[in-house]
Design a protein around this ligand. Structure first.
Ligand code: NAP
Length: 305
């Protein structure tokens, strides 16, 4: 028999169930699909460690259910939520407020409820920055960075790279205009005096082998922020023969230790890491937004390893 997935209705049911559930559910993740999410195990470990008497659940909410689900969250006095695919962008129209980061990125991955109002935040960029420091012991400001993709995750990552004044930023996207728009939106950050020879500090490039080949020689960090590699049989977004030992490779995909891009990096003699550390740090930052206290990072890490 097909397992019934929880829907927005299940949030309704939750209102009645609250008395029976111990500890009470006051946090969760909305997604469609959402079964793959590691956030419940990570956040529940943090709640337990901090002796906060509530739990975090996953909710399968379809796009058409989102508005109703938000209304229920307000009524049920949730502390907050995480948003995952496909709600990070569309949720903005239902929120009561967003921070500056969300305004620029156009996507929220964290919601905090404040006196019945829903406020959106985005912790992906800062989570990425902390992950890179942890994995490679370097700061974004010291790096020339190639970002693959121009969707929600790429916009958060690219903005963070720009804010931290990275040495160079290159955006490669399938739909070239989208990559170009993202690069242009960050132009102000790159007007400073850093000069690095014949290559521009900020640029969008087409998703083409020749363009990758040229850029690899002129970057230190390659970031995959596309879903390429998520599905069985996917090829690496950049083949091993185009990579080189001097680059660091960060794949935001975390479902696999050895994504196709990571395998290609290893084959090329490059250092590589998957997106688990970004997941951890964006989750820790979300916890800090909800509770205004330091997140128990090591307990959260252990819960998702
Ligand atoms: P999104 O908004 O849908 O954007 C997807 C991007 O990938 C677009 O730029 C799209 O290009 C590109 N793309 C899709 N299929 C492609 C293909 N076959 N070849 C080349 N480019 C392709 O998605 P998102 O929310 O940014 O998420 C992207 C990835 O980031 C996901 O895999 C997710 O797992 C990961 N992520 C990880 C974390 C973490 O904590 N580790 C957090 C957030 C996201 P077009 O514009 O041409 O369509």
């Amino acid at each position: 028999m097909k397992k019934k997935r929880p829907s927005a209705k299940s949030v309704y049911v939750l209102a009645d169930l609250q008395k029976g559930i111990d500890p009470v559910i006051r946090l969760g993740v909305f997604g469609d699909p959402v079964e793959h999410s590691l956030s419940p195990q990570m956040q529940n470990a943090a709640l337990k460690q901090c002796k906060i008497e509530m739990q975090y659940a996953r909710f399968h909410i379809s796009p058409s259910e989102l508005r109703e689900a938000f209304d229920l969250i307000r009524k049920l006095e949730f502390v907050g939520l995480n948003l995952t695919i496909p709600h990070k962008v569309t949720a903005l129209e239902f929120l009561d407020g967003i921070d500056e980061n969300v305004k620029r990125i156009g996507a929220a991955n964290v919601i905090k409820t404040e006196s019945g109002k829903l406020r959106g935040f985005n912790t992906d960029g800062r989570g990425f920055s902390r992950a890179v420091r942890e994995e490679f012991s370097v700061d974004l400001r010291d790096l020339r960075i190639l970002v693959l993709g121009a969707g929600g995750a790429s916009r958060a990552i690219a903005l963070q790279c720009a804010k931290e004044n990275c040495e160079r930023l290159v955006i490669a996207n399938g739909t070239f205009e989208k990559g170009q728009n993202l690069a242009e939106s960050l132009r102000d950050f790159f007007s400073g005096p850093k000069v690095f020879g014949p290559v521009p500090r900020l640029q969008a490039i087409p998703w083409e082998e020749r363009a990758f080949q040229f850029q690899i020689a002129n970057v230190d960090l390659v970031v995959n922020a596309t879903p390429v590699g998520l599905h069985r049989g996917d090829a690496s977004p950049i083949p091993a023969r185009l990579l080189a030992p001097h680059v660091m490779v960060y794949d935001t995909i975390y479902s696999d230790k050895r994504t196709p891009l990571i395998s290609a990096a290893i084959e090329a003699g490059a250092r590589a890491a998957n997106g688990l550390s970004m997941l951890l740090h964006q989750g820790a930052l979300a916890f800090e937004i909800w509770f205004q206290r330091e997140a128990p990072l090591e307990v959260m890490r252990k819960a998702i390893l």
